[in-house]
Every structure is written in structure tokens, then in C-alpha cells.
Design a binder for this molecule. Structure first.
Ligand SMILES: [Zn+2]
Length: 477
């Protein structure tokens, strides 16, 4: 079954209220409830952008639908008129001007309504891409902090449920019940019903489900027939997944993509597959849709012509790679700011092709994320070459330059990417004992700043760290 990844960009309207505790971290409850509620079809990835500051105005206490529409444009930043979106917005605000007592609203209904008279095409063309919750209204009826947190979680999932065109349903218990005045719902309501599961699981193919696909015409989903595609048992159970650790990065950032090819644990076959999981080979294709809508194959600056080596993939096993995709044969991949969609395909030979999940990333203008010094460094062709090839190709000696830069400016966006390339380069050419120590220090520094590198990169670091310890214990010749 196809998984649909939708990013949920979360922002706060103003500075006039304390962020509810559920929104202080990675807001993982969103992903968990929708993943479980859609039988694994909806992968709703929370992007907590509250730390970026207020999106309506620092002192904007009460917001109306127009404020919320503009907030959605800023947060989700979907192309105008899109009829299917991979980014939705969730806004936290004090209260809603048209109805001060509501806990939340899915205002983006694709047609003007009494509380949202904004009928400009700009607001109606892409429906169901944003909703909001109102902390003052919840606070007023939930004084107890535990009750407050529970109601915030319930209302958030409820409003996002409307975003997938689900209607209110009072029984059996579910997230789509209307909230009570006196208390929050019991935990038996913290789930979707069987029928709602079936509805949400159609998110890959049904435009009445996926955000942007149709106006808000909600269904109870209680009598929805199961229209999920049949999975043919003879199809090879091979899964290709791609990922980029940080979905928002500067245009010049040295972006790495994690690629994993895995065989299902219950597969009956041991597969022999070409060892060609790299865009330098014909068999592996990365498709990139650019902000202007053009879809092109990513062309690797590397071209491999090597004999067909085959790898064995046993049931339950996987192969992982990390691929530098920030530079291609045509230059910088993410040269213009905007939204990029990426998908990969791998040719398994006689077993056909396997297509990956789609990921959506945003390249941001360099000056918005990088210091002037780091921007200059990351745009330097020799530095880019080293970051890409992880080799110091003679000429200017780039490594001391990077080292000096990191000493002067050890933190911030891009620091760990530079540090990672430095470590890989030093490690790749063989280290002296002093360098082994420096590499270890760098790796430990990277670990102390979590969430910046991909899984595969962290795995490499673990291996290099262990080896450098072994090397330093070896007596000097
Ligand atoms: Zn509702």
C-alpha cells in the first residue's frame, strides 16, 4: 500500500500565549494518531516552526479567517491553485474572532462561509490545507493543566481530521466527536473508527480525502466501502525508501539523501540484485520536480562503468546508502529557493522496477539561514567539490580552511555538514594519531548537536569513531 507523506507545518499566530506543552518538541502525537488511524497510509510529518516566531503579529490576540489564510500561505507555501498538496498548516492562536468559544476550526473549506467570507480564488482554489486551534477558548473550560493538554491534543487531531474531509461523528467514540463543555473526552475517543480508518487509508488515491483535492464536503465514513487496491502476492516484496534529514535547508547546503532498499521479512525469496544503488548508474534514477514544476532526472556528476556485481538480499535485510545530491552534472541541484519533490526508482532487472516514497523539501535563500562567512564558504567551488567527493583534490588545501572556519563559527546551520565532510575526507586518506584525535573530537561535537545529519551519516560516524579509537591504541611505528 502506498504511503502518503504530508508535512504538517505548525506555527503560532502571536507571542501572546504560552506554547502548550504538546507543541514544545517534535509533536509526535500527530504522526502517531494519523499513521495508526489510516492503517499506515498517512505519514503526517510534524514540522514545528513555532520557534521561528509569530506568523500573524507579535500582539495579535484574536485572529479572523483572513489572518489564518495568510498564515497558511506562509507556513504551507504551496503553489497557487494546487489541487493536491504535500504540505498543510496548523496554526495555534488565542481565539477566533467570528466565534470566540470555538476550540478549533478547519476554515479552509474551498468556498466562502459566514465566518470566512473570503472568496478570492487565492483562498478557495486549494481547499483543506490549513486549520487552527484556539488555546484561550480551551483554557477557559479546561483549568486543570492535564485536562488542558488532553483537550489540545484531541482538538488538534480533530481539526486535522476535518482536513481529510471527515465529518463529526458522536458514536462510536472517536476523534471526530464534538468536544464536551464540562470535561475532555475519555481516552477511548483518542482513535479513529473502523470506517474512518478505511476513509483515511484512501488518501493516496481519493481526491475527496487528500488535502487540496476537493472542497470541504465532510463524510462520516461509517459506511465507506473498502476500496483499497489489491496487493498481488507474487509481486516482489521489496521496498525502496528515501529521506532527507532536514526538509528545510539553505540552497547551498551539502544535502545528503538516505536511501534504503529492503526486503520484507515475510518474503519467500532471497533476491540477487545489482549493486547499483547510486545515481551514477543507469539502474538508479532520482526524479526531481523543481519549484517551477519541471520534472527532471537528477544527473550525477559521476558515471560508473563497472561490471555487474550482484548483492544478496535475504528476507528482512536491507541495504542503505547516503547519496550527495546537492551537486549534479548540471551544477547546484537546489539552486533556486522553493519546494522540491523527490522520488527514486530502482531497476531490479527481471523483477521489474521498484518506486520509492516521495519526499518534499524546501530550499531556502542562503542569506536567510547562513552567516555571510558560511555562505561564502559553501559557494566556493573548491569547497563544494570537497564536500561532494569527500576528497581534497590538490590545488588549494581546503581542509585547513574548513577547520579554521569551524573554529571561528562552530555552530549554526551547515556546521555539522561541513564537519562531516571534513571527517570523511580525513578518514578516507588515512590519519595520523593527532588527526585521529581531532576526528574523534569532531564526531563527538556532531553528536552533541542532534538532528542535523541523516541516519546513514550517523552510522558512518559511529564506525569511524570506533576505528579511530582502535588506531590510537596501536603503537606508533
Ligand atoms: Zn469539528
Amino acid at each position: 500500500m502506498r504511503t502518503v507523506t504530508i508535512e504538517c507545518h505548525i506555527g503560532k499566530s502571536s507571542d501572546t500565549f504560552e506554547t502548550p506543552s504538546g507543541f514544545l518538541g517534535d509533536v509526535s502525537f500527530l504522526r502517531d494518531h494519523f499513521f495508526a488511524g489510516s492503517d499506515g497510509v498517512i505519514n503526517l510529518v510534524p514540522r514545528n516552526r513555532i520557534p521561528e516566531g509569530p506568523i500573524v503579529g507579535a500582539q495579535a490576540q484574536v485572529v479572523d479567517a483572513l489572518d489564518l489564510h495568510f498564515a497558511v500561505e506562509r507556513l504551507a507555501a504551496n503553489p497557487p491553485g494546487a489541487t493536491r498538496v504535500s504540505r498543510v498548516a496548523l496554526i495555534l492562536a488565542n481565539s477566533y474572532r467570528p466565534r470566540k468559544s470555538v476550540f478549533g476550526v478547519m476554515f479552509d473549506r474551498g468556498q466562502p462561509t459566514k465566518d470566512d467570507p473570503n472568496d478570492a480564488l487565492e483562498f478557495t482554489a486549494t481547499p483543506r490545507e490549513g486549520c487552527a486551534i484556539f488555546v484561550d477558548a480551551i483554557q477557559r473550560l479546561r483549568h486543570d493543566p492535564i485536562e488542558f493538554d488532553k483537550e489540545v491534543e484531541f482538538t488538534t487531531v480533530h481539526e486535522l481530521g476535518h482536513l481529510f474531509n471527515l465529518d463529526h461523528l458522536e458514536s462510536p467514540p472517536s476523534f471526530m466527536a464534538t468536544s464536551l463543555v464540562t470535561r475532555s473526552h475519555n481516552f477511548d475517543h483518542f482513535q479513529f473508527t473502523h470506517g474512518q480508518h478505511g476513509w483515511l487509508a484512501e488518501c493516496a488515491t481519493n481526491r475527496w480525502v487528500y488535502p487540496g483535492g476537493s472542497p470541504f464536503v465532510p463524510v462520516s465514513a461509517e459506511n465507506t466501502p473498502c476500496r483499497r487496491p489489491v496487493v498481488h502476492s507474487e509481486a516482489p516484496k521489496v521496498d525502496l525508501r528515501i529521506g532527507i534529514e532536514n526538509a528545510v535547508f539553505a540552497c547551498a547546503a551539502p544535502v545528503e539523501m538516505d536511501v534504503t532498499l529492503s526486503s520484507a521479512a515475510d518474503s519467500a525469496h532471497v533476491l540477487r540484485i545489482p549493486d547499483r544503488l547510486d545515481p551514477g548508474y543507469e539502474e538508479f534514477i532520482v526524479w526531481i520536480t523543481y519549484p517551477n514544476g519541471n520534472r527532471c532526472r537528477y544527473r550525477s556528476p559521476r558515471r560508473y562503468c563497472s561490471p555487474q556485481v550482484k548483492l544478496t538480499l535475504k528476507p528482512g535485510q536491507s541495504i542503505a546508502r547516503d547519496i550527495s545530491i546537492f551537486a549534479g552534472a548540471g551544477g547546484t541541484t537546489f539552486a533556486t529557493p522553493g519546494i522540491y519533490h523527490l522520488r527514486a526508482e530502482f531497476d531490479l532487472g527481471t523483477r521489474g522496477r521498484v518506486v520509492s516514497n516521495e519526499i518534499v523539501v524546501e530550499a531556502v535563500a542562503n542569506r536567510r539561514l547562513l552567516t555571510p562567512e558560511r555562505m561564502a564558504l559553501l559557494l566556493d567551488p573548491s569547497v563544494r567539490s570537497l564536500l561532494y567527493h569527500r576528497r581534497d583534490k590538490g590545488g588549494r588545501n581546503i581542509l585547513p580552511l574548513l577547520r579554521h572556519h569551524l573554529q571561528a563559527d562552530p555552530q549554526g546551520v551547515g556546521a555539522n555538514d561541513i564537519r562531516y565532510a571534513l571527517v570523511r575526507t580525513l578518514y578516507g586518506r588515512g590519519m595520523r594519531a593527532t588527526e585521529a584525535q581531532a576526528v574523534r573530537d569532531d564526531i563527538e561535537l556532531i553528536w552533541s548537536i542532534p538532528g542535523t545529519l541523516g541516519r546513514r551519516q550517523l552510522h558512518h560516524l559511529q564506525t569511524m569513531h570506533q576505528k579511530s579509537i582502535r588506531d590510537s591504541k596501536r603503537p606508533e611505528p
